[in-house]
Each structure stands twice: as C-alpha cells, then as structure tokens.
Design a protein around this ligand. Sequence first.
Ligand SMILES: [Fe+2]
Ligand SMILES: [Fe+2]
Length: 402
Amino acid sequence: MVTSQNIQLQSILKLNEEISQIQDLDAVLDYLLTRAREMTHADSGTLYIADGDNLVFSYTQNETLFTSNLDNKNLYAAFKVPINDNSIAGYVANRRELLNIPEVYSLDEALPFSFNSSFDKSSGYCTQSMLTAPIINAHQDMVGVLQLINAKTPENEITSFTKDDEMLITYFAGNASVHIERAELTRELILRMIKMAELRDPKETGAHVNRVGAVAAELYVHWATKKGIDPIEIKKQKGNMRLAGMLHDVGKIAISDLILKKPGRFDDDERMIMNFHTIYGARLFLNSKSEIDQLSEKIALTHHENWDGTGYPGKIGDINKDIESMGEGYKGEEIPLGGRIVAIADVYDALMSIRVYKSAWTEEDTLNELRTCSGTQFDPELIDYFFEIYDTVKAIRGKYLD
Ligand SMILES: [Fe+2]
Ligand SMILES: [Fe+2]
C-alpha cells in the first residue's frame, strides 16, 4: 500500500542520493533544511551545529520573510545558544530528546526552557508551532539541532506538527548527521590546505579566505538567479563556488619565502614571480574529474585577469609546461565567470583589510575604487550585482572576523 509515509520515506532515500553530490557544508545544510521543511510542510527552519558547549546558529530559511536572494544576510548571523535547559534548542541538545510544541507562546511556566521571542519582535514574524530534534551521529556525539517552525495545512494555515512528522524527522536527523559530518570534513580539509598556504604567507588568513569564498558564493547566486538558472543547479554551484573561491591563492605555497615574507612592497621582478601563484595554483587541480577541482583550477588561474585585458597570467598555452612570461590577457567574458567573481570578492576584502604594506582602506574609499574600476578591472554587470547584495557582503564581514 502506498501511504503518504511511504512516499516521504522514499523521498529520504532520494535525498541521500542527491545530497552525496554536494560537498560544501553550507550547501549541505541548505539542502537538508529544504527537504526537512518540505516533508513536514514547515514555513521556516533553522539548523544549529554543536561546537563544544554551544550550539552555533548555522543555517536558516524562512518562506514568509526571506523570499529573495537579496535577503541572504540572515544566513550569516553569528550567534550561539548554550547547550543547557534554558532554551528550546539548548534543551533538545542537552536532553537529546525531540520537542514538539504546538504553541510556543503558551508554554507551561513549570518547564525549564522558555521561548525567545526576540527574533519575532525584530522581524514581525509570528512563531506558533515548533518541532525541534537533536542530530546525533552513530557514535552518539551531538552534531546539532534541527528546528522546524510553523507547520502549514494545504490551505496555508498554521497548524501543529504531527506524530508522523516526529517520526520522520527523527529518522531524517539520524541521516543528516552523516552528511553534515562529511561536509565538515571537506571544509576542514580545504581549511587545512589554506593553513599550509597561510604558514607560508601570513596575509592569507582563514578569515580572509572564508570571506572571499562566502562573498563569491553569494555573488554567484545573485548572478545565476538573474540569468534564470535552475534553483537546484544554483544550490549545487553555490557550494562549489564557496570552496573553490576559498582556494584562489593556494598557489602561493610555491613562492619563495624571501618574496612572500618580504615586508613592504615588491619590486618589478618580485611582482613578476608573485604573479606565477596563479599558474602554480591551477597546477594543483589539473586533470581532475571533480567539479570543485575544475572550478578551483579556473579561479586560481584567472582571478587576476582584468575585464579590459590588462590582467595576468593571460593566454599562456599548456600550464604544465615551463612558462617564461605572462601571455596576452583574457578579456571580458573570455575570463571564466568564477575568475571574474573572485576578482571582485578578493580585491574588496584585501582593500578593507590591513596588510604589511598598507593600512585598511575605509569602506567609502573601497567602494569608490570598485565603482571606478567597473568596466576596466572588473566585470561591470557583476559590480552592479555586488552592490545589490551589499547588505549580505557586510554580514559576511561581521561573521568572519580577523
Ligand atoms: Fe591572487
Ligand atoms: Fe586573496
């Protein structure tokens, strides 16, 4: 007999297949939350990831409030909830038990936890029903908490979560732990590669690469949405852009310490040697079938190309051969999209940050510089999009501090 539960269980199996193709942690969280909300008809939801004694607010979706990609700043909110009985999510993590609350504003006063209404107050949202489940892995470690809010009837009225929802979400959360931990491992591996580069070049900090990766991913999403690209494809590529964007300067690992660690500005010869970090970086990812590696190769190679053709390394033929000098620069849309996107995210972040040879620029000067260089150094369409998502860019800067 085909029951609705059967259909839902089948959709969990399909989910496992689809999600195993997604590598990036944020993309995995996004995907899991989308599916969990679909299964339970929840209007909104949040995923928290356990970090020591805290739960870190890690991903959120809200159909009523955040309908467009321009609102992605909410994804970069940085706050923590202690794992204890005082909050709903904290209680679920602490007790490792699911809570199904039909009406959060009429919780029994005798309960140890209470509902924090600050988000409702600041956003105008009205939370009613809430299903909160612990995400625990096979070793019984606390991985995180899944919180679903406001179950909806087919008529779009808010209702309570059902017993069936409880069962489905319990099973779903067990499954989710596998995918979250796999994506955490991928993110950690990439951050370790970046740590290696950072040991060589102290300018490439984890915070800088996290910001460049996140801004590149958001700029891609906005561009792709404007182009009418399929939303599932956008989710997948967003994750790839995030990880590949983080690796833009990993080729610096092959540059001599004498140059990399030189305080002050480079002379012409030193700058020329530095420019080779694009080629060295691309070589790390050559001949790979993985989509992330292919995108990483393109971004490493082309993130210093300029829209007007004055960038580097330009047309240099086989990047595996010995290369004596840079080629004629790629121009306009000849430059791969990933390279054009990361160029903006990287320069923005570099100007706003302190470097050994310069102090941080003011926000005003930085934004003026981007505007001035639109159409010469940068893709003018992407510069427009950058300004359209600037609230999100600022939220990203607030999340990944130096
Ligand atoms: Fe670079
Ligand atoms: Fe950089």
